[in-house]
Design a protein around this ligand. Structure first.
Ligand SMILES: Nc1ncnc2c1ncn2[C@@H]1O[C@H](COP(=O)(O)OP(=O)(O)OP(=O)(O)O)[C@@H](O)[C@H]1O
Length: 254
């Protein structure tokens, strides 16, 4: 059985640079091996994007990082402290159907010690006008925005967002990414999963997941250099498909 270790020891050398360290972690669901002996670090105070094809294990990785799930083998160490070390937006956030948006935020805020300005939490994700709406009357995008607001309560040192902008319109997508970059200025680390490679190119650090493995990791520039490609789309294609393409898309592999 794998281990997940939480520590708020700021004095360990790793804590200075990594908010999460994973060593040789594997995850299986019954006979299905989703991740096999992967090791990685998540940099502190930076935005890390997990990219990979459908079913490659991004959500599984996000759940292991948050502690929602535990690895079958290996060890994950979290270097984050505070009352709420990790905030999490699940891929499909669900709420008490009969509660309003305002009541939902107030409910989660009440679990924390400090005072929370519920209206400010809603304004942060542009949901002020929906404050009195029941959560079962929200669109998918609004439900996601509410989930983001909940994940940010208590200013966790690490915020993990599983497809934060899926289903959002372009204006709200831009707004959410502005909120995300603001978090690192407040010394919060962000991990997000996304299929949007143009957005992933703006992240500080990438984990490229494919077929149970992390096939490339580093800054977008490092991933491009690693795969000898010009664009992140080509880097993704090369890392994931194991072939080299030019930035114009023609196949250069044998
Ligand atoms: N609870 C579970 N039981 C069995 N198999 C699971 C379970 N959760 C995930 N899987 C399998 O693990 C693999 C990875 O799933 P995961 O949701 O992590 O992928 P993903 O990269 O997030 O996919 P997507 O981009 O489609 O959201 C898939 O083959 C999936 O079917």
């Amino acid at each position: 059985m794998g281990e997940r270790v939480a520590t708020s020891d700021e004095n360990t050398p790793a804590a200075a640079s990594a908010v999460v360290e994973a060593t040789d972690i594997s995850k299986s669901f019954g006979d299905v091996a989703v991740l096999e002996e992967v090791s990685f670090s998540i940099p502190d105070n930076r935005v890390t994007a997990i990219i990979g094809p459908n079913g490659s294990g991004k959500t599984t990785l996000a759940e292991l990082i948050t502690g929602v799930d535990t690895p079958t083998a290996g060890e994950i160490t979290l270097h984050a402290g505070g009352e709420r070390p990790v905030g999490y937006l699940p891929q499909d956030p669900r709420f008490q159907p009969s509660a309003t948006v305002h009541e939902t935020i107030a409910f989660y805020a009440a679990l924390l010690a400090g005072e929370t300005d519920v209206d400010a939490a809603l304004a942060r994700v542009g949901l002020e006008a929906a404050a009195d709406r029941r959560t079962d009357a929200l669109s998918g995008g609004m439900r996601r925005l509410l989930g983001i607001a909940v994940s940010l309560l208590g200013s966790p040192e690490l915020v993990v967002l599983d497809e934060p902008t899926s289903g959002l319109d372009p204006e709200m997508t831009r707004h959410v990414y502005d909120v995300i970059s603001g978090l690192t200025e407040r010394d919060q680390a962000v991990v997000l999963t996304t299929h949007d490679l143009s957005r992933a190119a703006d992240a500080d650090y990438l984990l490229v997941v494919s077929d149970g493995d992390i096939v490339s990791a580093g800054s977008p520039n490092a991933v491009r250099a690693d795969t000898e490609t010009d664009t992140l789309a080509d880097a993704f294609e090369t890392a994931v498909r194991g072939r080299t393409v030019t930035s114009k898309g023609s196949d250069r592999s044998e």
